[in-house]
Write a protein that binds this ligand. Structure first.
Ligand code: AMP
Ligand code: FE
Ligand code: FE
Ligand code: ZN
Length: 275
């Protein structure tokens, strides 16, 4: 039987709503041979996922999705086969998680100016008190407080990129993110390039030593995927793909809705071990 992988999945160690254990159970139900756990700025969900993966026969690729801020734009950079056990790498991730907390406090202050008062504790109930807190947790708290009619509106009205209550993450620079992933023994991949919406920026990132590009993604129209596949071929980049499943965080369970032939996993692994 042909093996398939979903190379972009979140757990509740960032803004997914499922625990790592639940994520792996869903992957098994959906007949995925392999998933990559790619939490925002966090690798702590990998170990519990691997423990369950071993019992259910789902291979877990250790991954991460780093937040990059470049020219006042939020960009996401995936790292595959990173050394998630390395003490220095975990320390860097924990520092970023601290910065995310400070940023959340700033966003809450901005919301207060709109007479929307969300206590940090409410955000924490959605972020489950572990890993990376982020805007999807805040959106859930806004919905709970009936400040918005749905999650999408929370982003459109208040916390979407550069909306009135948005606060920029500290983040990495593109070249820093590539370097950190490389130092951690991983393969760097530009996440969902369609969301960058700036061709010059995409080219700049691809010129910065990135080794792959996420061609297939839930938010990519097929024409966009075609375009990125061509770019991957021209530049010799690994063409990856994943659903970016956030559990129920995006309204429905996306896992497995983007499936990549297992050969891509082999290419990523070869690239990671060739360093
Ligand atoms: P953060 O890492 O805190 O900047 O939050 C980024 C995350 O927020 C993304 O990975 C998505 O999960 C979510 N997000 C960003 N923009 C939107 C949007 N317009 N609609 C829904 N979710 C979004
Ligand atoms: Fe997310
Ligand atoms: Fe992302
Ligand atoms: Zn993601």
């Amino acid at each position: 039987m042909k093996k398939y992988a979903d190379l972009h999945v979140h757990t509740d160690f960032s803004d997914g709503t499922f625990s790592p254990e639940k994520v792996v159970r869903v992957a098994a139900e959906r007949k995925l041979s392999c998933i990559a756990i790619c939490d925002h700025d966090c690798v702590d969900g990998i170990e519990p996922a691997m423990a369950v993966g071993a019992t259910l026969g789902v291979e877990i690729i250790p991954g991460v999705e780093l937040t990059v801020i470049e020219k006042r734009k939020e960009i996401h950079m995936l790292g595959y086969f990173v050394d998630w056990k390395a003490e220095w790498f975990r320390r860097v991730m924990h520092k970023v998680q601290g910065e995310r907390r400070t940023r959340m406090q700033k966003m809450l202050k901005k919301l207060a100016r709109f007479n929307i008062n969300i206590p940090m504790e409410r955000v924490e109930t959605f972020s489950s008190g572990k890993g990376s807190m982020g805007r999807l947790h805040l959106a859930q708290a806004l919905l709970e407080a009936k400040a918005v009619p749905n999650i999408q509106k929370a982003f459109d009205m208040y916390i979407g990129d550069f909306r009135p209550c948005y606060v920029e993450d500290v983040g990495f620079k593109v070249k820093e993110a590539v370097k950190v992933i490389k130092k951690a023994g991983g393969v760097s991949v530009l996440a969902h390039p369609f969301s960058v919406r700036d061709e010059n920026m995409v080219n700049y990132i691809l010129d910065s030593g990135v080794q792959g590009i996420e061609v297939y993604h839930t938010d990519h129209p097929s024409l966009a995927s075609k375009k990125y596949l061509k770019i991957a071929e021209e530049r010799g980049l690994i063409a990856t793909g994943g659903s970016d499943c956030h559990g129920m965080g995006k309204g429905r369970i996306l896992m497995g809705s983007v499936r990549i032939p297992y050969e891509i996993v082999k290419r990523l692994r070869d690239k990671a071990s060739s360093k």
